[in-house]
Structure formats: structure tokens, C-alpha cells
Design a protein around this ligand. Sequence first.
Ligand code: BES
Ligand code: MN
Ligand code: ZN
Length: 508
Amino acid sequence: MTALTLSTAGAATLRADAIVVGVAKGARGPVVAPGAEAVDKAFDGKLAAILETLGSTGAEGEVTKLPAPSGLKAPVVLAVGLGPVPAKGEAYASEPLRRAAGTAARALSGTKKAGFALPVDETGDIEAVTEGALLGAYAFTAYLGGEKNAKKGDNGPKLPLAEIALLGAKPRDKAHKAAADRAIALTEEINRARDLINTPPNDLTPEAFAAVATAAGKENGIKVQVLDEKALAKGGYGGILGVGQGSATPPRLVRLAYTHPQAEKTLALVGKGITYDSGGISLKPAGHNETMKCDMSGAAAVFAAVVAAARLGLRVNVTGWLALAENMPSGAATRPGDVLRMYSGKTVEVLNTDAEGRLVLADAITRASEEKPDVIVDVATLTGAMVLALGNRTFGIMSNDDAFRTSVHEIAGEVGEASWPMPLPADLRKGMDSPIADIANMGERMGGGLVAGLFLKEFVGEGITWAHLDIAGPAFHEGAPYGYTPKGGTGSAIRTLVKLAERTAVSA
Ligand code: BES
Ligand code: MN
Ligand code: ZN
């Protein structure tokens, strides 16, 4: 884990391997961003001109490395693009800062120490830069052999930037310190969620995931209960069991409860935790299953959000439900045509075993509803249809309450997560009518993401405000890394969930 400290050192005097500065895109060429004054001075005020000569424009994602001038202790200056210069009188928005810090941290992987001299005029900026830097300084190295690890520089992986000094922020300023501490706790949990998502499914079984949650619960004062396959059978969790029964590694339902004595509200978070989705008997074709270890990203997000809420001591009760199962074909697997009796008592005709997420979520949502929380939010890599609709970087939000859907969308925007409100059109319900059961697990193909949302809605307890986040697009990033987003698990929706918990909390 990369260490980040607030430092009163000047950019010129800091002993480090590199100093990071921001460069923005101005109307007439690159503009050096606030925070880099001392560095610019060491370049005799010519940093912008030098950057322009080197082809820098200040565009987002751009990285320019320069040898440092003699006035600097660090040997390298790294200029990172911030995108357009803000309008007159306006500060840099959080997301460009977050992304630039992430880009810089990634560009410095393999290095030991860097000073970040980015704009940090407000505490919000400190938070954004800290988040971006620590999310960018992420690498999943658990499965790289010692030999490959040792070969740094060739094929070997570069280890993340080890140490970051955030310049311009004051370690003795309570607000500054709190902003950095919040960002550190949050990003540690996001990076842990990424590790879980990236862990191959032969190792991250439902049982293994439950063990990780149990250990983290203990560490953070969170009550953890795990229902194993026997307890699930006794409790009548037909959805979770039906999905998990084809696998050699049995399902689990994990309940994580963080409570605060002064809390007035309870937020229930439910995560889809399919540790591997082969499709089951309705087997996915080759080309569609290689990344399906990511199908537990919703559960990883819920887990991270509960732990983060506990670490931040939020004055709200947050209960997390991890619906964990592996969806595999076998002689014991659920068949297309089987009818499951769900935890709610409803019967479901399984027409496609690849529509498994809604089955495990339905049981967990029913169970969560029993405790009458004020709000339920479920998070799931639920449908390919949502990816077709919104692409790879935006999650869909559905809800039984339009105002709540809007507020989740706004919160996501505030924390820099792209999302879009989606409807739950009542006319799509009849496509799930079954001749022999209360409902089928599949309906019309068109609007498949909304059909899945309508299915879940039927399992939400009477009068409970509920939202469903379909993160199938942004949960797992297959392209080249950008900003603070690495290849693989991204930790999608965690920042939104934590901000929602903060908004639901009694203020300190
Ligand atoms: N886990 C998949 C959805 C998915 C697709 C996640 C792409 C991440 C990336 C889900 O279980 C699934 O298979 N959904 C089916 C539902 C269909 C059979 C009704 C789908 O979307 O095709
Ligand atoms: Mn599936
Ligand atoms: Zn799935």
C-alpha cells in the first residue's frame, strides 16, 4: 500500500524522485496550474513555454517528464494534464484533479517517492488528489512469481509508487488532515475490493470471500454472520441455493452490520457476489466468460462500503448483504425449466440459468427487507443489456422512487462516478409471466436491464425505498488504464455508496 502524507515541504526542497505538477489546457497553449509556483520559478518562470515546446497541451491524460532544473532537490518534474483551464473565478473540479493525480501515480510506478504539487486550495481538492493518487498507485501483484517480480524493468511488473508527499496541504490543519484521512480509508477499501475482484475464481470461492469478510469485520468492529449451505437450506433460500447447487464450492449469504449508537437511520446494501459466472447449464459461449470472475463486483462494493463506513465512524447503521455463489453447470445444477421456491415464498421458473444474479439478489433483498431498513440499495453486474445501453464506464440506476433515483445519480456525480437514471416500465413485467410459477427469471430481450430491475423490485419489502445499480459496464476495465482506473476490477459504485451513507448519517 502506498503511503501518503501531507507535507509542509516546498516543492523545491523536497527530497524525492520526482515532483508532480499540473498543466492545464489554456486558450493559447498550456498553463501551469496552481501549486507549482516554486517549480515554475526554478525554471525561471518558463515551465509553460518549455512544456509547449515539448508538445504538451494540458489535455487530460497527458504526461510530460522533464529533467529538473538545478534549483530542485528532485531530479525529475512530471507534468500531468488537467484538461481545460477552469472558467474565470472557478476552481478546478474534483474529477479532473482525481484523474490527473491517478495518471501521475501510474506514470511513476516503479519509483519510490514523489511530491505532488497539484492545486489543493480547498479541502475538497485534497480529498480528490489523495483519492486519485492512491487509486492510481494500484497494482495487482499477488499472482506474479518471485522470478518475474525480481525482473523489474524488463517484463517484470513495476511496483506502485511507494510514497507520496502531498504538498501545499497542512498536516496540522484539522480539515486538511480529515480530508486526507477519509480519502486514505476509502481508497484502501476500494483497492481491497479491486483485489477481491481480480483474484481468480479458483481461489476466491464464496467460502473464501466470506472468510475475508469475517476477518475484516472483526478488525473493524462490524458484526458478521455467515449462512453456509446448510443454514441456507434450513432458511429456505431457494434462489441462492438454486444458483450455487451446480458448483463444487457451495454458496454463502454474509450479513455485515455496522451500527452507530447515535444513528437514526439504517441503510441496507445488497451485493451480487457470483464468484464466477459460467452461465450454468445455459452456458456462456467462449468470449463471454473470460472475465466473469468480476461477477462478484457488487458484493465487493458492498463489503468495501460497509468497512469504509465503519472506519469513518459514520453516524448511520449500514448493513451489508453479500449474496455469494458460483454459477456452474453440472449434474447437480439448476436446469432451464426448473422452478425455485425463493426465500420470499415466491416461485420462479428458471428459463435461463445465466440470469442468475437476480435470483441470488432476490433472496438477499427479501432477507434485508425483513429488518425494515430505511433504504435498500443493491449493486450488481447484472446485465449485458445495461452495457449495451450505457457503455463501459457508466452504471444504470433504477428505483421504486424517482426522487431517490435522482439523488443517487447526483451523489454519484459528486464523487466522480458516471451513472444514468433508467426507468422501470411496468409493461415489461408481463414478459416474465410464467404458466407454472409466480414469475420467470427472464422476460423480453429488449430492455433486458430494465426487465432485471423489474424482477428485483418484486422482492423489495412493502414501503421500503430501493435503488438498483447495474454496474456491469464499469465494474471491470478491459482497456488501457486511464486516470485512476487500472485494468481489471475498478471498485465501481463504492464512492457513491459511501457518500450515500454519509448523507444518510446524522452529522457529527
Ligand atoms: N453476469 C452477467 C452480466 C454481465 C455481462 C456482467 C457483461 C458483466 C459483463 C449476468 O449474469 C448475465 O449473464 N446476464 C444475462 C441475462 C440474460 C440471460 C437474461 C445477460 O445480460 O445476457
Ligand atoms: Mn449470468
Ligand atoms: Zn452474472
